[in-house]
Design a protein around this ligand. Structure first.
Ligand code: GRG
Length: 305
């Protein structure tokens, strides 16, 4: 099965390196060490923000803007807002009340360094900061008030009760007892997929995309989000712990229901490839095939970390 879009190829590694550096720079500028009082809040938030994440969601946002012919630089505040929310979710997910993880990306988790209460507050700070960045002058000046408002709503829905937070609750409540593929897909669509879909959608929206382009980006984002989670489950079974900066096998230890647990490893790999092909297929709506988004979909399915 080929993962070729037929469009000109973009080197995903080079594209990600280039844009991760721009996101890093912008985050450093928007969330500076001396960003305000209490200064400890900024230390806590920056500890996790600058801990070596791939910056996949911000990069998808930039590529979404590029796909619709928008200026990728102009969506950087929104890209950083997505990373703030992603980072908050990881801090909270690592807490003793949730996954109780001591390491993330090879470093001690936030609550191990700052204590549980401060880590919760660091996560809360990042969540609210995301909306400060979305509603800042820089965003509204480039995208206009209506698109900015819709971007804020898209982000809130993806992160909130019907998206990531709701998905996390369903996952916890399921307690490893999911037996049915649609239920597993629903948990993942909300918990992980919603933020990935929102990333690419917000890029297109704030970059000036047309309704047809937005529908194509939504479809791409849904499929890429699902592929991301299936691969995440596969990596927990057969990934390299050193490369990933965290222990593997934790899903099985915690008796979580995952794609490999429900469908087996080979069928899960085949599913990941199929949904990635569907994601790339959605890009046919773009003249030139949106090569950066196609490359990112391939990265998602072929990644080792
Ligand atoms: C606790 C509010 C709350 C939400 C938790 C998304 C989520 C819901 C928790 C994250 C925990 C987790 C490991 C989910 C699996 C998928 C995932 C989001 C993996 C990490 O994303 P990457 O690979 O991380 O993009 P990096 O480290 O590159 O930023």
């Amino acid at each position: 099965m080929s993962l070729d879009s037929g469009a000109a190829r973009v080197d995903a590694a080079a594209y990600m390196k280039q844009w991760a550096a721009r996101v890093e720079e912008t985050l450093d500028h928007l969330v500076p060490e001396d960003g305000g009082e209490p200064s400890e809040m900024f230390r806590i938030m920056r500890y996790s923000l600058f801990a070596g994440g791939k910056r996949l969601r911000p990069i998808l946002c930039v590529a979404g803007a590029e796909a619709v012919g928008g200026a990728p630089d102009l969506v950087l505040p929104a890209a950083c807002a997505l990373e703030c929310i992603h980072t908050y979710s990881l801090i909270h997910d690592d807490l003793p009340a949730m996954d109780d993880d001591d390491f993330r990306r090879g470093n001690p988790t936030s609550h191990k360094v700052f204590g549980e209460a401060a880590a919760i507050l660091g996560g809360d700070g990042l969540l609210t900061l995301a909306f400060e960045l979305m509603t800042g002058e820089r965003m509204a000046d480039s995208a206009g008030p209506e698109r900015t408002m819709e971007g804020v709503r898209t982000l809130a829905e993806a992160a909130g009760a019907t998206g990531m937070v709701g998905g996390q609750l369903l996952d916890i409540r399921a307690g490893g007892k999911v037996s049915d593929p649609p239920e597993l897909e629903e948990i993942h669509r909300r918990k992980t997929g919603a933020m990935i879909r929102a990333s690419v959608y917000m890029g297109g929206l704030l970059g000036g995309g047309s309704p047809d382009e937005m529908s194509a980006l939504a479809r791409y984002g849904e499929k890429a989000g699902l592929a991301f989670q299936i691969v995440d489950d596969i990596l927990d079974v057969e990934g390299d712990a050193e490369l990933m900066g965290k222990s593997t096998g934790t899903d099985a230890d915690q008796e979580k229901v995952t794609y490999p647990a429900l469908h087996g490893l080979d069928a899960s790999k085949e599913m990941a490839r199929r949904v990635t092909e569907e994601a790339i297929g959605a890009l046919a709506a773009f003249e030139g095939g949106a090569p950066a988004l196609a490359a990112l979909a391939r990265f998602i399915v072929l990644r080792r970390f």
